[in-house]
Ligand binder design. Structure first.
Ligand SMILES: Cc1cc2nc3c(=O)[nH]c(=O)nc-3n(C[C@H](O)[C@H](O)[C@H](O)COP(=O)(O)OP(=O)(O)OC[C@H]3O[C@@H](n4cnc5c(N)ncnc54)[C@H](O)[C@@H]3O)c2cc1C
Length: 226
C-alpha cells in the first residue's frame, strides 16, 4: 500500500519509519527547517531546538510508563538511523519537602521500580553543588535512563531510518489534499502525487490541510492499513 505521510516533524518522521519498516510503500513529504527563521513566511514546526528533557520520573503513572517505553527504544532508533540524539545525563526533580507533587513522584517511582534516589536538603547540596535550592526542598534524582535529547536530531534519525527502510522523502510543503474513491491526491509546491492513504502529521497546520473533519478519517485509515 502506498501511504503518504505529510509533515516531517516528530510524529510524521516516526510514523514514516514504522510504516516503511512494516513493508509499506511510504512517501514522507514536508519542508526542512527554514534557513532564516526570523522572517520565514512558510509553515513552522515545534521541534526546531536542541534540548528536551527526557525522564521517567513523573507524578502521573501513565506518562512515567510511556516515557520509560520511549527511552528504552532510543538506542534502537539511533542505530537504525545512524544518528545520535540522546545524552544520558540524568535528571533531578526538586520541590517542597512533603508537597503532593513530590510525594506522587515518589509513589509512582516506587510502584514501577524506577531507579532513583531521594535527596533531602543536604543531599541536594552535596550532589548538585552548582545549584541553590530553597531550604526545605527535596529532590528525586534519576541518574540513568534519563537526560536530554535533540528533537532536530531525533527527526533526522527517524527520517534516515525510514529512508533506509525504503521510504522516499520529498522536501516540499503540501498545498492541498483531495480524497477520492481511488485514494488521495496530494498537491505540493513541486508537483503532485497519488497515494492509497494519507497520514496528516503537520502539527499545528494539520487542521488547515484537512479542514479539521478529514483528519480523523485519514489517521484511522492509515492506522488500520498498518
Ligand atoms: C518550546 C517547546 C518546547 C517543548 N518541549 C517539549 C518537551 O520537553 N517534551 C515533549 O514531549 N514535547 C515538547 N514540546 C512539544 C513537542 O515539540 C510537540 O508535541 C511535537 O513537536 C509535535 O510533533 P508533530 O510532529 O505533531 O509537530 P511538529 O514537530 O510541529 O512537526 C510538524 C511538521 O509538519 C510540517 N508541516 C506543516 N505544514 C505542512 C504542510 N502544509 N505540508 C507539509 N509539511 C507541513 C512542519 O514543517 C513540521 O516539520 C515542546 C514544544 C515547544 C514549542
Amino acid at each position: 500500500m502506498r501511504i503518504a505521510v505529510i509533515g516531517r516533524g516528530l510524529v510524521g518522521a516516526a510514523a514514516a519509519r514504522h510504516l516503511a519498516r512494516a513493508g509499506h510503500d511510504v512517501v514522507l513529504i514536508g519542508p526542512g527547517e527554514p534557513v532564516r527563521i526570523a522572517d520565514h513566511p512558510g509553515v513552522f514546526a515545534s521541534h526546531y531546538d536542541e534540548g528536551r528533557i527526557t525522564r521517567s520520573l513523573d507524578p502521573d503513572p501513565f506518562w512515567s510508563a510511556v516515557s520509560r517505553a520511549s527511552i528504552a527504544r532510543y538506542g534502537e532508533i539511533e542505530a537504525q538511523g545512524g544518528i545520535a540524539f540522546y545524552t544520558e545525563r540524568g535528571v533531578v526533580m526538586a520541590g517542597p519537602e512533603g508537597s503532593q507533587a513530590m510525594e506522587r513522584i515518589g509513589a509512582v517511582a516506587a510502584r514501577d521500580g524506577t531507579d532513583c534516589d531521594r535527596l533531602d536538603d543536604a543531599g541536594l547540596a552535596t550532589r548538585f553543588p552548582d545549584f541553590r535550592f530553597e531550604p526545605g526542598t527535596m529532590g528525586w534524582h534519576e541518574p540513568r535512563r534519563a537526560g536530554f535529547l535533540s528533537p532536530r536530531r531525533l527527526v533526522a534519525a527517524q527520517t534516515r531510518a525510514a529512508e533506509r527502510a525504503g521510504a522516499q522523502v520529498i522536501a516540499a510543503e503540501v498545498r492541498a489534499l483531495d480524497e477520492h474513491g481511488r485514494g488521495v491526491t496530494i498537491r505540493h509546491e513541486a508537483g503532485r502525487i497519488e497515494a492509497d492513504r494519507a497520514l496528516v502529521a503537520a502539527g499545528a497546520y494539520s487542521a488547515a490541510l484537512t479542514g479539521g473533519a478529514v483528519l480523523g478519517t485519514a489517521l484511522s485509515a492509515a492506522v488500520a492499513a498498518d
